[in-house]
Design a protein around this ligand. Structure first.
Ligand code: E4P
Length: 214
């Protein structure tokens, strides 16, 4: 399974990259807004540092506007993946972009039927938002399992990118189910690394090391 980082903060991207934990990056308007920088400026900066897929989201909701934004975003770097919302005009845009050879990440997926339509339109990635489903008492990882089963059964090529990840258990479940990618916020990456028995074991080894003759 590939690990993407879900951020527009280049410091977080560099930190994950330095640990060899970075297969790609996902951004969204909320994450870019947090940086206080312009959309294009942030994406240029990220693409100068990252060779894997970098998802960049359109802000329009009509076919024409999304297509124009998609062309501008795709021109930034060859590794840009255009993120398109799961709405009717979005599906039309995904079909056209796929035919034009532009990679897409269909975002804000909350049902298996939406995931089916995105795959039919030719999406490169589908992003089920597991945390936001859990937040309203639904089963986010259950949706991921349904989508993975459906894509396998019907031989659909779209990759399942688990998004809105909030905890290590979302990552463990993604691995168990066989999702293609999990995009993880920087704070959760830290939680994947840490284990109390590692800390206790390290403290013991360091203490015992003091007794080793020089
Ligand atoms: C990723 O592509 C999504 O935009 C992101 O994971 C959303 O996460 P959130 O629900 O924590 O905002």
């Amino acid at each position: 399974m590939e690990l993407f980082i879900d951020t527009a903060d280049v410091n977080e991207i560099e930190a994950a990259q330095s640990m060899g934990l970075l297969d790609g990056v996902t951004t969204n308007p909320s994450l870019v807004a947090k940086t206080g920088r312009g959309h294009r400026e942030v994406l240029v900066d990220i693409c100068e540092r990252v060779s894997g897929p970098v998802s960049a989201e359109v802000h329009g909701t009509t076919y024409d506007v999304m297509m124009e934004e998609a062309r501008e975003l795709a021109a930034i770097a060859p590794n840009i993946v255009v993120k398109i919302p799961l709405i009717e005009d979005g599906m039309r845009a995904v079909k056209s972009l796929t035919e034009a050879g532009v990679k897409t990440n269909v975002t804000l997926c909350f049902s298996p039927l939406q995931a089916l339509l995105a795959a039919k339109a030719g999406a490169t990635y589908i992003s089920p938002f597991v945390g936001r489903l859990d937040d309203i008492g639904h089963d986010g990882m259950g949706l991921v399992e349904q989508i993975c089963d459906m894509y396998e059964r019907y031989d659909l090529d779209t990759k399942v990118l688990v998004a809105s990840v909030r905890s290590p258990s979302h990552v463990v479940e993604s691995l168990r189910i066989g999702a293609d990618v999990a995009t993880i916020p920087f704070g959760v990456i830290g939680k994947l690394i840490r284990h109390p028995l590692t800390d206790i074991g390290l403290a013991r080894f360091l203490e015992d090391a003091k007794a080793i003759p020089k």
